[in-house]
Design a protein around this ligand. Sequence first.
Ligand code: SF4
Length: 322
Amino acid sequence: MRSGTLQLRALPPLSLYVHLPWCLKKCPYCDFNSHELSSALTEGLPEQRYLDALVADLEASLPLIWGRAVHSIFIGGGTPSLFSPQAIDRLLGDIRARLRLDADCEITLEANPGTFEKDRFKAFRSAGVTRLSVGVQSFDDRHLKALGRVHDRGQALAAVEEAAQAFDTFNLDIMYALPGQTLENLEQDMRQALALQPPHISIYQLTIEPNTYFAKFPPVIPEEDLAYAMLDRITEMTEDAGLARYEVSAYAKPGHRCFHNLNYWQFGDYLGIGAGAHSKLSFPHRVIRQVRYREPGLYMEKALAGDAVTHGHRGEPWRPAV
Ligand code: SF4
C-alpha cells in the first residue's frame, strides 16, 4: 500500500490469539483447523515442542508490535484444555516475558467438557487464565451424540459447575438447529443452560460446511424458518435471564462482555500465533494481514526456523512504494 493512502492518527487496541490445534476427536461438522490427537500423533501431545514453536513465532513477530500493550489474549483451538495447566502456565509466562499486558488484560481459554478432570479448571485459573469458555454445545445426550461430541450431559454439567467455582466470568458455547432438534428441545436446552447462571453465552447455528464429514453425509437439520424461530426464542430467553445480545452470536450480563470478541467486531488489531492463525496489524500508513502454516507438524518446523508465516507480510522492514 502506498504511503499516504491510509492515515491512522492512533492505532486500534491490540489482542493476541494463540491457536492450540488438537482435539480428542474431530467433530463431523467442524471446519476449524483442528486435528485429531490419536491419528496425528503416536507419542501424545507434543506440548513442549509446540510451546517452543509458539515462543519462536512470537519472537519473530515482535518487530511488528513494538511498544504496544496487549488488551486481551484468547487461547483457542482445537481443544486448548488438552494442554496441561503447567503448559498453560509456561505459555502465559513466556508471553508476559515478551509483551506488555494491560493490568486488566482478559485471558480466555477454551475448554471442552470431555477433557475435564477435577481441579483442572482451578489450575488454569492459577496459571493466569481469567475467563473460561466451555464448549458445551448441548445438554441433551441425543444431540451431543448426533454432533459427534466426546462428552455427555453429566460431564457438561460437572464442567460448568467447576468453571463457575473457579472463574468470576465464563462462557458457555451452545449450538442450535441440531439434527432432529425441535423448538421444545431447544427451549429445554436453553432453560438448562440459563439455570447454571452463566455470565456469557455464545450461540451458534449448526451449518454444514464444505470439507467436513457432514458435507459428505448430511444429517437432516431444521428448516431455515424453524432455525430463525429458535434464534428468536434464544434471544427472548437470554434477555429474560439478564443477558443482552451485544454481537451476532454473543449474549452477556452487564460487565461480562468479551473484550476479545468486541475487538474483532470493532476492527481492532490482532496478532495470531500458532498453526493456521491469522493476524491483522495496523501501522500509520498500512494494514498487514498474515496467515501461519496450518498443519501442526509443518507449523512447528517452520516456526522453530523463524518462518511461521505462509501468506502475507513476513515482517520485513517496510519501505514506501516508489
Ligand atoms: S472440539 Fe471443537 S475444534 Fe475440536 S473438532 Fe470439535 S468442534 Fe472442532
